[in-house]
Design a protein around this ligand. Structure first.
Ligand SMILES: [Ca+2]
Length: 149
């Protein structure tokens, strides 16, 4: 094989174009890939952050269900075997969302769902035996607010 044959073979490969449009498309593709991966493998980020109680949340049970954290459910429920998870932050955010936007809104409930699962992910790694029970409790709280507001 002569060097000219090799050159021709190389000439047949499509040229790599480095245009601004291509860079934008690549960036969007990477974003969509990351989004798909995150949705496919888990509903929560791999590295979850603690969900705190917002500093402007008013805890005052005399003002009703939008100011009492988790209302009829435990604020820091027991997670078998022998642990707990702090849902005050997610419940406070849900209360504030509903107070601002109206009772029993799907958007507020989905936010609540995501924040509780994030709190579970922050508290317990995916291979921790508490993680499954914690996620189950989060689902139970979510189903409760979907049904009762
Ligand atoms: Ca509440």
């Amino acid at each position: 094989m002569s060097s000219s044959t090799l050159d021709r073979t190389h000439d047949q490969t499509p040229p790599i174009r480095t245009s601004r449009r291509g860079a934008v498309i690549r960036r969007i593709s990477l974003f969509l890939l990351a989004l798909t991966a995150s949705l496919g493998f888990s509903l929560v980020p791999a590295y979850a952050a603690f969900v705190p109680i917002p500093s402007n949340y008013v805890y005052d049970t005399s003002r009703g269900a939008w100011h009492d954290y988790c209302t009829l459910s435990p604020d820091v429920p027991y997670v078998p075997p022998g642990s707990h998870v702090d849902f005050r932050g997610p419940c406070a955010r849900h209360d504030m969302c509903e107070e601002a936007g109206g009772k029993n809104t799907y958007a507020c409930d989905r936010l609540f769902f995501n924040l509780m699962h994030e709190q579970c992910a922050w508290a317990f790694a995916s291979d921790n035996p508490h993680r499954g029970p914690c996620d189950f409790i989060a689902d139970t709280y979510y189903n409760t607010v979907r049904q009762t507001g």
